[in-house]
Design a protein around this ligand. Structure first.
Ligand SMILES: Cc1cc2nc3c(=O)[nH]c(=O)nc-3n(C[C@H](O)[C@H](O)[C@H](O)COP(=O)(O)OP(=O)(O)OC[C@H]3O[C@@H](n4cnc5c(N)ncnc54)[C@H](O)[C@@H]3O)c2cc1C
Length: 383
């Protein structure tokens, strides 16, 4: 099995890293402090091919895969996990459209989304609990040639920014009385549809998280993504393979940040007249940060390669996401410890790494849910 990136992927990473060094790294701390979303970078990211890197050229993308998409997210998250969150949620909406939309929907919207001229997102979570996707209360009723939607979504990334939201709603019941979900494409400005409360988060700041309110929203019959009643499968696959992959990539970016910052600090900080990098306990912290980073990277890109080969990778992405979020949280804490008092000073990024890593745990499904998915797969695969 080949664990190496191709020459093209290495070159692409360099191009993404150059963009991040110039446009992201110098401003990341300020976006975090003021909780500002740098929407002005979107068209530039569109032009560079970051947003639509995984979308075929026919729809305005670059025609590469998810490995390349995740390389870009990792590079962005190395300096700004909040910006990476904004970008990937946009891609979550694009992926739902690309894999399930009609030819007409794809031709109409994907080029604008790839170019960064429009912003997208995927809204499933409700006050009834994000883990219970089927327990949603938002309803969709067909009235002649229009659907009418009512309900409220919460903790939605890009809630206040999205021009094009993919929203799940209960459109019927199956023969056993269980909810059937459908995904609807709703454009900004549609009467009765708009953002509600905006949340103030501990981490992943700079990405916007809030409510979407649906009050007698009338949308044409053709606004369905995929088929009526198939929304659960589409949402679960999109969150499972694109959302969790992206959270894992964000955490690999944070983990790399922990390795690089701990090495830099350990070499520069002089105690007892020598760099603390000479102290064995400090070296152990650095070794553990490196181990977490390398393991997180292997889990992530192995799963991404599997997806790009056209195979299902739900359990693999759950492993990458669960390991990544937990590893990034412990590596950030370790980095703070290694830095002594400097670790908790805002001038250094270690505190932000910890807040971002902890905030990543529930987004895209909690650790308990990931363990359930991994256990289910293991009980089948190893029986
Ligand atoms: C920064 C951020 C961005 C987000 N962006 C989006 C977005 O763009 N779109 C979107 O739709 N959602 C989004 N979410 C919501 C996210 O998907 C949910 O937070 C997540 O699914 C968990 O749902 P919940 O918070 O309602 O927790 P709950 O489902 O209420 O869970 C509460 C607790 O119960 C546990 N639990 C629940 N069910 C089980 C079970 N079966 N077995 C064992 N334990 C269980 C959970 O693990 C957790 O510990 C975002 C969340 C965050 C933090």
């Amino acid at each position: 099995m080949d664990f190496n990136f191709t020459e093209d992927q290495v070159m692409l990473r360099k191009a993404f890293a150059d963009f991040v060094a110039q446009e992201v790294a110098p401003k990341a701390a300020e976006w975090d402090a003021s909780d500002t979303c740098p929407v002005e970078l979107f068209p530039m990211m569109g032009e560079l091919g970051i947003l639509g890197v995984f979308v075929p050229e026919t729809y305005g993308g670059v025609g590469l895969g998810h490995v390349e998409r995740l390389i870009a997210l990792e590079e962005i998250a190395r300096h700004s996990a909040g910006l990476a969150m904004f970008v990937f949620t946009h891609q979550l909406g694009m992926a739902a459209l690309l894999e399930n939309g009609t030819e007409d929907q794809k031709k109409r919207y994907l080029p604008l989304l790839c170019a960064g001229e429009k912003i997208s997102g995927l809204a499933t979570t409700e006050p009834t609990g994000g883990s219970d996707l089927l327990g949603a209360n938002t309803t969709a009723v067909l009235e002649e040639d229009h659907w009418v939607l009512n309900g409220r979504k919460c903790f939605i990334t890009n809630s206040h920014l999205a021009d094009l939201a993919m929203v799940t709603a209960k459109s019927g019941e199956d023969e056993k009385g269980r909810n059937l979900l459908t995904i609807y494409l709703i454009e900004k400005g549609t009467e009765g549809f708009g953002p509600g409360r905006k949340e103030h988060k501990m981490g992943l700041r700079g990405s916007v998280t809030g409510e979407l309110v649906l009050n007698n929203v009338r949308i044409p019959k053709e606004s369905v993504i995929g088929a009526v009643g198939k929304g659960y499968g589409i949402a679960a696959k999109t969150i499972g393979e694109v959302g969790r992959a992206s959270m894992a990539a964000i955490c690999v970016g944070i983990l790399r940040g922990c390795v690089e910052e701990s090495v830099k600090f350990a070499n520069e900080r002089i105690v007892y007249g020598k760099p603390i990098a000479k102290l064995q306990p400090i070296q152990f912290h650095i070794a553990e940060n490196r181990l977490d980073y390398e393991a997180g990277k292997l889990l992530l890109y192995r799963a991404a390669k599997t997806k790009d080969e056209g195979k299902s990778a739900v359990a693999e992405f759950s492993m990458a996401k669960h390991f990544g979020t937990e590893a990034a949280s412990r590596a950030a804490k370790r980095t703070i410890e290694l830095m002594g008092a400097y670790g908790v000073i805002d001038e250094y990024p270690a505190g932000r790494f910890l807040r971002d890593a902890l905030t990543s745990i529930s987004s895209g499904g909690t650790s308990e849910i990931q363990r359930l998915i991994i256990a289910g797969d293991t009980l089948k695969t190893f029986a």
